[in-house]
Structure formats: structure tokens, C-alpha cells
Design a protein around this ligand. Structure first.
Ligand code: SAM
Length: 267
């Protein structure tokens, strides 16, 4: 199926447009969008998801970086009185101004999905849930459990901020052009309670990053190579009843938090 009237897809902007209305319906249902919902869509593209969101939600804001697609959707603005279109880069868009309770729904451009996800999670106080189409591998890493090869920084940091459900996989045939990678839709329900305080959070993020910096080494050695004091890390592990030979990938989220607390006062 071709769309001769529409601007051609720009691969560099991650433009793989959804063409399957069933997938669109499933995404909107998963997001539990109602007439009370204020929704944010990142990358509305040719508007297939935007249209469904505008029908289901009270108000929709859609941020698109491509001026051609923005102009195309602006031309259809009369169809969507509850749509606010923004021409801009979601990586610098001010999420801090979103109304509290905004639900994010997006078929993300895969080339920036990880930094975008981290930015969105920083603003989780105003975002109760997100339904995101991601590269399947990224979805697996988000939801990965300790002790698996997918478990890493992305898993720990996202699971700290949200409860994650990998909802369903999406075939490449549901897009035009077809992506070269597999896709999946995930639901992230952000956690209301912050387990760590504002001082501990950056220390936790730094520790998790350093812990996985050298995956083949033990946690103690990986942290030592990243500038942590070996004796203090060993002491921290012992206080958690973990042997010094422990590797980062077996530590559960709560153990990373406890290790942060055990050694945080020194960093
Ligand atoms: N929502 C549409 C759909 O499902 O068919 C399009 C999804 S397509 C995978 C990603 C969209 O994000 C494209 O429209 C692309 O132009 C847009 N995009 C890419 N980078 C962006 C950025 N930094 N900020 C906002 N939109 C961006």
C-alpha cells in the first residue's frame, strides 16, 4: 500500500508508519484513554494513532520534528479540534509543563527511544502511564529479570521508575516502510512512590551504570575500575549478605538500592 499524497518516509527520523488499525486500537485500549485523558503523542507522523487518540481522549498534544508531517497534520487540524500540534524535537520538549496526569502514547522513533524514555521517566510525577512501541530488543531489556543476558542498566533504571508489562509484539508488516527490527508495545505504569530520596537517586544511577560498565568482571572489580573504593564496595556487599564474587547482573533492584545506601555516604 502506497500513499502518493503524503510526504515520503525519512528513514533518518525513524519513520516507520503504522498502517494496521487493529494495532492502533490495541494501543489506545492498553493506554486506558478516556474522555478525561490528557494525552501526549511523540511523533504523530501521518496521524494514524493521533486520529484514534483524538477520538478517545479529552485533549491530545502531539510533538513532531518533521516540518513536512507537521504541515500535513496542520492541514487536517479541522478534523481534530482537541489536538494541539507542536513542531519540535521531543528530546528538548519541556515535559515539565505537561499537566499532571498526562498519558504518553507513542510509536517511538527507534533511533532515540532510550534517551527519550529516560527523559520521560524523569517527569514521571506528571505521567501515570505510557504505552510505547519500541524495538523488541529494547522492550526485552526493559522487562528483563536479574540473571538474564538482557538485564542491565536499562532494566534496573526503568524498573526503579515504573512497573513494566511487555504487552504484545508487532509484526513488521504492520508498518510502512517495514522496519528492519522487530517491534513490541510496552506498558509502563510509573511508580508514585520514590524509594530513594533526591540525593540518593543520582548516586544510585551512577552506581548502576558503573556496576554494568564491565559486564565480565565481578561487581567489586567493575566498580573499582570506575573509581569506587574496593574495600568499601566489598563491605557494602557483605552487609547485604552477598559474596565479593557477585556479578552485577544477579543483583535485583532492591539490592542495588540497598548497596547505594550502604556506600552512598562516601560518594
Ligand atoms: N505515530 C506515527 C505512526 O504510528 O505511524 C509515526 C511513528 S514513526 C515510528 C516516528 C515519528 O517520530 C515520525 O513521525 C518522526 O518524524 C517522528 N520523530 C522522529 N524524531 C523525533 C523527535 N526527535 N521529536 C519528535 N518527533 C520525532
Amino acid at each position: 500500500m502506497d500513499f502518493p499524497d503524503l510526504p515520503p518516509a525519512n528513514k533518518r527520523l525513524g519513520q516507520n508508519f503504522l498502517i494496521d488499525p487493529n494495532i492502533v486500537r490495541k494501543i489506545v485500549a492498553l493506554a486506558e484513554v478516556t474522555q478525561e485523558t490528557q494525552a501526549l503523542e511523540i511523533g504523530p507522523g501521518r496521524g494514524i494513532l493521533t486520529e484514534a487518540l483524538c477520538k478517545a481522549a479529552g485533549q491530545v498534544t502531539a510533538v513532531e520534528i518533521d516540518p513536512r508531517l507537521h504541515a500535513y497534520l496542520a492541514g487536517r487540524q479541522a478534523e481534530f479540534p482537541n489536538l494541539t500540534l507542536v513542531l519540535g524535537d521531543a528530546l528538548i520538549y519541556s515535559f515539565a509543563e505537561l499537566p499532571v496526569g498526562t498519558v504518553v502514547v507513542a510509536n517511538l522513533p527507534y533511533y532515540i527511544s532510550t534517551p527519550l524514555l529516560f527523559r520521560l521517566l524523569e517527569h514521571r510525577d506528571r505521567i501515570p502511564r505510557m504505552v510505547l512501541m519500541l524495538q523488541n530488543e529494547v522492550a526485552d531489556r526493559l522487562a528483563a529479570k536479574p540473571g538474564t543476558s538482557d538485564y542491565g542498566v536499562l532494566s534496573v533504571m526503568t524498573q526503579y521508575a515504573a512497573d513494566i508489562t511487555k504487552a504484545f509484539r508487532v509484526s513488521a508488516q504492520c508498518f510502512r516502510p517495514r522496519p528492519e527490527v522487530g517491534s513490541a508495545v510496552v506498558l509502563l505504569r510509573t511508580k508514585e512512590r520514590r524509594e530513594l530520596n533526591r540525593e540518593e537517586e543520582p548516586k544510585f544511577a551512577a552506581l548502576v551504570k558503573a556496576a554494568f560498565a564491565h559486564r565480565r568482571k565481578t561487581l567489586v572489580n567493575s566498580l573499582r575500575d570506575e573509581g569506587y573504593d574496593q574495600a568499601q564496595v566489598t563491605e557494602g556487599l557483605v552487609s547485604l549478605n552477598l559474596p565479593p564474587s557477585t556479578r552485577a547482573e544477579v543483583l535485583a533492584l532492591d539490592q542495588f538500592m540497598r548497596l547505594t545506601r550502604a556506600i552512598a555516604s562516601r560518594y
